[in-house]
Ligand binder design. Structure first.
Ligand code: MV4
Length: 455
């Protein structure tokens, strides 16, 4: 096992990783930007190193600063968390070249899976179902038109290097295909320095279901079942749950097996997620891989009883997975609400500032992953997540009841939070019945408007 791990992240996930290191008896070094100086989680590390000013580009995203901090503190591994440098294959490779084990997947698998077109090629080899679409990249308008007519409208133009919904356009006819093709390419070129795009049949109102994977460096890969992450607004997830409601067991099992096949084909290890879209007939289609630990990983921890971050660290240290697939069972129901420092009454504008009162919920069945407390100042520089409120109960109706109790207990003053929108969601009959899809929030709460990519 490692002697010391550097946590190359901030906020709740830095705290989550620090705790996993403690549980393993591993020393831990935190890094921080000046915007996070004195932040509460830093006191729980053995050491904390300043890596630069507030803007992420000059600190949490600055490879040279992070490697320097790792060398100076003589760590033998680094955990990137999520966001920031977590899916940067060059960074992962550089860490390993510097003799710092990157707690994540092998960099060649990261590089391949980070490109959606390459990921789909691997999925094709692994016989994982794909959304009908182009065989590969589309080079010209004429090719786009030909393939769109073959697939049949509506189609979705997707950037191979895309993420967070950027570089995506829906086309419902030849005209919007031609304009969408050009604008998607330009947007992707500007955002990712890679304008390559491909086409897929556009699925209307799909569910977003992902499969949690764990693989070791000895070729063992297991799945930890699925999470439904359909409830999102503008590509920001609001609620996640496991199991996925109203998903036939046979479909779930096929999806989980497909995810394992893909990970094995890619030579993947560490924690990772295989994302699928599921249509109204419960057909599932692979769309992309997340080669990192995700925000919503605790949902799966609650249902399976497996500590995903601890397993990640053990895997990076070269240990064999001791958990067999047959040991993994879904016990009960877990749900997570992402509590952001945002104003739902003002278009979800960020609401940074000092928390003057913080009274967190607790009691049976409640887990709160947070770095916040009374007096904590939410800096304006970063993602606005302040807490992940999770519940675990034997059944979904009980989970909903406990979540409503926990939301009602939660008092936050000084900043605006997304607690009210969660209270609305948990009181909406379609949600209570498990009738969820990726357009739910926009359809039910905000009118049709922005539910469609490229609008
Ligand atoms: C799609 C789709 C419909 N049809 N692909 C959005 C981001 C990226 N992860 C994939 N996305 C989508 N791909 C086809 N062929 C609809 C979405 C989509 C979506 C997917 C998952 C979660 C939320 C979403 C919100 C809007 C659109």
């Amino acid at each position: 096992m490692f002697q010391r791990v550097l946590v190359a992240n901030r906020g709740e996930i830095a705290l989550r990783i620090i705790r996993a290191c403690r549980d393993l008896g591993v020393g831990v070094v935190a890094v921080y930007s000046t915007a996070d100086r004195g932040a509460p989680w830093l006191h729980l590390a053995d050491e904390a190193v300043c890596i630069g000013p507030g803007p992420a580009g000059e600190s949490y995203l600055k490879v040279s600063r992070i490697i320097a901090a790792a060398e100076k503190t003589n760590v033998d591994a680094l955990h990137p968390g999520y966001g920031f440098l977590s899916e940067n294959a060059e960074f992962a490779e550089m860490c390993r070249e510097c003799n710092i084990e990157f707690i994540g997947p092998p960099h060649d698998a990261m590089r391949k899976l980070g490109n959606k077109n390459e990921a789909k090629k691997l999925a094709r080899i692994a016989k994982v179902p794909l959304v009908p679409g182009s065989e590969g990249l589309i080079a010209t308008e004429d090719e786009a038109l030909k393939i769109a007519r073959q697939i049949g409208y509506p189609v979705l133009i997707k950037a191979a290097a895309g993420g967070g919904g950027r570089g995506m356009r829906v086309a419902r006819n030849d005209h919007s295909l031609v304009t969408g093709f050009q604008s998607a390419r330009q947007e992707a070129e500007a955002a990712f320095k890679d304008g390559s795009v491909f086409l897929e049949k556009y699925l209307e109102q799909p569910r977003h279901i992902e499969v949690q994977l764990l693989g070791d460096q000895h070729g063992n890969v297991i799945h930890l079942f699925e999470r439904d992450c359909s409830l999102q607004r503008r590509h920001q997830k609001l609620v996640e749950e496991s199991p996925a409601p109203n998903l036939p067991v046979k479909v779930r099992d096929e999806m989980c097996k497909a995810a394992v096949r893909l990970a094995k084909t890619a030579g993947y290890y560490s924690a990772g997620t295989c994302e699928f879209l599921v249509d109204r007939q419960n057909n599932f289609y692979f769309i992309e891989v997340n080669a990192r630990v995700q925000v919503e990983h605790p949902v799966t921890e609650l249902v399976t009883g497996i500590d995903i971050v601890r397993e990640q660290i053990k895997i990076a240290a070269g240990e064999k997975l001791k958990i067999r697939q047959s040991d993994v069972v879904q016990r009960g129901w877990a749900m997570e609400c992402r509590i952001n420092a945002e104003d739902p009454g003002n278009n979800f504008q960020p609401s940074p500032g000092t928390i003057t009162r913080w009274q967190p919920p607790g009691g049976p069945g409640v887990r709160l992953d947070t770095h916040a407390c009374t007096g904590y100042r939410v800096p304006p520089n970063y993602d606005s997540l302040v807490a992940k409120l999770l519940v675990h109960q034997p059944t979904r109706p009980e989970a909903i009841a406990v979540m409503k109790r926990a939301l009602a207990e939660f008092i936050v003053e000084g900043i605006k939070t997304t607690v009210p929108i969660h209270q609305k969601i948990f009181s909406t009959s379609a949600f209570v019945e498990g009738q969820v899809d990726t357009t739910f929030i926009e359809r039910v709460f905000y009118g049709q408007g922005s539910a469609e990519p490229g609008k």
